[in-house]
Design a protein around this ligand. Structure first.
Ligand code: C5P
Length: 235
């Protein structure tokens, strides 16, 4: 299922390769985040991209514009299919990231990666937001960051499934919405707060679902992914 991006939140390259081998054909792509990247670096990105897998490099860049531009250019060279930054890094940072992806891709004569901005982490709730000095309702803050992202010419946002409908209404059909925090009835929520089932998230307008523990921590990850895909396709 093209929309399903499986988070390879593991420590070893061997585990990541084994999981991707088991899930290839079922998952639309694999997400490599800070845990695996910090353990194994760029080689795991190149290895999967070199096999033709779509790799979402989820390093959530948040730094000064020049530094983020350099990091996004490097991710483009690695062959990432999707890359992300934090929308709260601001307009100049997001525009620098967008320009860097475009310039590096055209230098290499390949399509630029999809450039996505994280609105608010799905592990945050209203109380945590207040603690960091944001007193607006969480959904308003997400919508504001999504609109800013769109204005900067990025391809979409990462947002909790619960905010999809509002973002879809505000930002239009072409804007990609990547939704982590996907949980079925029997799944443990863990540190996620704003969750939905895969089917609900797609029905609300998600473009991509990011699913980690419900698949990779299942006794049989392929069976868990098959169940999720079947649930999404059931009429
Ligand atoms: O295991 P689980 O399904 O909760 O994994 C969700 C994945 O999505 C994790 O890799 C996490 O880093 C990532 N993510 C998230 N919330 C965001 C952005 C990314 O949970 N806002």
């Amino acid at each position: 299922m093209d929309e399903l991006l499986v988070a390879l939140d593991v420590d070893s390259a061997a585990e990541a390769r084994a999981l991707s081998d088991r899930l290839r054909g079922l998952a639309g792509g694999f997400k490599i985040g800070s845990r695996l990247f910090t353990s194994h670096g760029p080689s795991i990105v190149e290895a999967l991209a070199g096999r033709g897998d779509r790799v979402f490099l989820d390093l959530k860049f948040h730094d000064i514009p020049t530094t983020v531009a350099g990091a996004v250019a490097a991710a483009t060279r690695l062959g990432a299919w999707m890359v992300n930054v934090h929308a709260s890094g601001g307009q100049a940072m997001m525009r620098a990231a967008r320009d860097a992806a475009g310039e590096e891709a055209s230098r290499l004569s390949r399509p630029p990666p999809l450039l996505i901005a994280v609105t608010l982490l799905t592990s945050l709730n209203q109380q945590m937001l207040t603690e960091i000095g944001i007193s607006d309702p969480l959904a308003d803050e997400v919508e504001r960051l999504a609109a800013l992202t769109e204005a900067c010419g990025l391809d979409g946002v990462v947002a909790s499934p619960q905010e999809i409908a509002r973002i879809r209404k505000r930002c239009g059909k072409q804007f990609a919405i990547v939704a982590p925090g996907i949980r079925g009835g029997g799944d443990a929520k863990g540190d996620q707060h704003r969750t939905m089932t895969a089917r609900e998230a797609l029905d609300a307008g998600a473009s991509y679902l990011v699913v980690g523990r419900p698949i990779i921590a299942a006794p049989d990850p392929r069976a868990a992914a098959e169940r999720l895909v079947a649930e999404c396709r059931a009429s």
